[in-house]
Ligand binder design. Structure first.
Ligand SMILES: Cc1cc2nc3c(=O)[nH]c(=O)nc-3n(C[C@H](O)[C@H](O)[C@H](O)COP(=O)(O)OP(=O)(O)OC[C@H]3O[C@@H](n4cnc5c(N)ncnc54)[C@H](O)[C@@H]3O)c2cc1C
Length: 429
């Protein structure tokens, strides 16, 4: 490359960090704008009463190929910061599905056949459904919800497998979630490469997984870090140059939230902005529970609905087994709209009741912190229109909301960031 292009990346969430690293690696002169004073966006750590807590419990899976590669590219030892285990959705009473290691589809078949808490007829029905989905190329009528897709699925399998996977991956209740997106996730996680379904549980604060190492890498490679700068305005300077709050750039990557991208692009791409502004959002609530002296049999526990009755939190994590404080746990309520509408004190009460029902001891458990992310992810509805990644020349968009096959995830964000940076092109002479 003769002359580096001037590239602005707006937003330093995981999408913006991926775009900035990739554009810097390509030799461009990158300025990274972030309205907060730290990188990471929705997947970051923040202090809480002298402790560093994440803004919400996150999990990664083995299929997060591009995220893992990016972490390694900026110097992160992924084996040290992530606890890898085969997929296991194990309830407090020890029941649940456990997949053995090995060939993806064979592991699934072996795990399902060994799932003795579920009647054999239900297990065989699940396997026949999986064969049908595979036969159909993991495609379905795009207007279907997960609940509609699973109509012929036995209640035991729905409650203990499909419903938890749906809410964990799509953060949207099954009666509203897109069946097509869930099938895509199942294909890539359960039926592709060996290890793709493995759970990768953070053993370090989220900041150490990507945001801080990526920022350090960017600064070492000459990128400009514009922290605490909320970009107010985009203007066209010439056909080939954009002004970001008055500063000229040859290419802009908008990696801010969908709502902010819609605001910035409304004068230049009104139809695009209307799509980006049109999302509904789903909250996620993370509750930190302290229970001194307690240790679960495994780092992650599943809390499936029983006989149609759902507890607030679907999953819990024993942080003491994940490089954190012994006796500290996170309980995660995904697709949490019904709970956030009832207020935090109701949530705390319901989680402590759930704890008592699951572990029989509520006296020694107390709630340390509650974090509610009201706009945790977009609601992953059937046939959801999502904004394109290339609305205008010399401008690309990145973020978990951009058009793509996946729900709002770290991997979706990282892939969109990499692809936005790879679309940077020199103007035609
Ligand atoms: C509680 C919670 C739990 C989650 N759990 C998981 C999980 O287990 N697994 C998983 O894969 N995903 C999970 N997710 C989703 C995941 O966090 C997101 O998909 C991902 O972080 C989105 O990254 P992003 O870069 O697209 O957006 P963001 O993280 O939202 O980044 C956008 C950035 O742009 C900045 N910005 C906005 N406007 C401007 C402006 N005008 N100028 C400058 N900067 C601006 C923002 O401050 C922000 O830093 C979870 C999300 C939450 C909230």
């Amino acid at each position: 490359m003769t002359q580096p292009l001037r590239v602005a990346v707006v937003g330093a969430g995981w999408a913006g960090l991926a775009a900035a690293v990739e554009a810097t690696d390509q030799g461009h002169a990158v300025s990274l704008y972030e309205m907060a004073h730290h990188p990471g966006g929705r997947a970051r750590s923040a202090s809480h009463k002298e402790r560093l807590l994440d803004n919400g419990q996150h999990i990664l899976i083995g299929a997060y190929r591009d995220t893992l590669a990016l972490m390694q590219r900026v110097g992160v030892d992924t084996a040290a910061v992530l606890h890898r285990q085969a997929l296991a959705l194990v309830a407090p009473d020890g029941s649940g599905l456990r997949l053995p290691c090995g060939h993806a589809a064979l592991s699934f078949v072996r795990g399902v056949l060994a799932w003795s808490d579920v009647p054999l007829a239900d297990r065989l029905k699940l396997l026949s459904l999986a064969v049908r989905w595979r036969w159909q190329g993991f495609r379905c009528d795009p207007s279907l919800t997960v609940a509609e897709l699973a109509r012929s699925c036995p209640a035991s399998v729905f409650e203990q497998l499909l419903d938890p996977l749906c809410v964990a991956a799509l953060n949207t209740p099954a009666n509203r979630a897109s069946a097509q997106v869930l099938l895509t996730v199942l294909r890539d996680a359960l039926f592709s490469a060996p290890g793709a379904a493995d759970l990768l549980l953070p053993r370090a604060p989220l900041d150490a997984l990507l945001p801080q190492p990526a920022l350090t890498w960017l600064l070492q490679h000459g990128a400009r870090w514009q922290a605490g700068h909320r970009v107010q305005q985009l203007q066209r300077h010439t056909d080939h140059v954009w002004l970001v709050d008055g500063t000229p750039f040859d290419h802009v990557v908008l990696a801010c939230t969908a709502a902010e991208a819609a605001r910035l692009l409304a004068p230049w791409a009104p139809a695009w902005a209307a799509t980006a502004a049109g999302f509904c959002y789903e909250p996620i609530v993370t509750v930190w529970v302290q229970a001194p002296g307690m240790r679960w049999p495994q780092p992650m526990t599943s809390f499936p609905a029983r006989n149609g009755v759902a507890a607030p939190a679907q999953f819990g994590f024993d942080l003491g087994q994940l490089g954190g404080e012994a006796g500290l746990f996170t309980l995660v309520i995904s697709g949490a709209r019904a709970w956030t509408e009832q207020g935090q004190s109701t949530i705390v009460k319901a989680v402590l009741q759930q704890w008592a029902a699951a572990f029989g001891t509520a006296e020694s458990a107390s709630v340390l912190a509650v974090r509610t992310e009201k706009r945790a992810t977009f609601a992953c509805l059937p046939q959801l229109p999502r904004p394109s990644a290339q609305p205008l020349p010399h401008l690309s968009v990145a973020g978990d909301h951009v058009q793509g096959p996946y729900p709002a995830t770290l991997e979706g964000a990282v892939r969109s960031g990499l692809s936005a940076a790879r679309s940077i092109a020199r103007p035609q002479a």
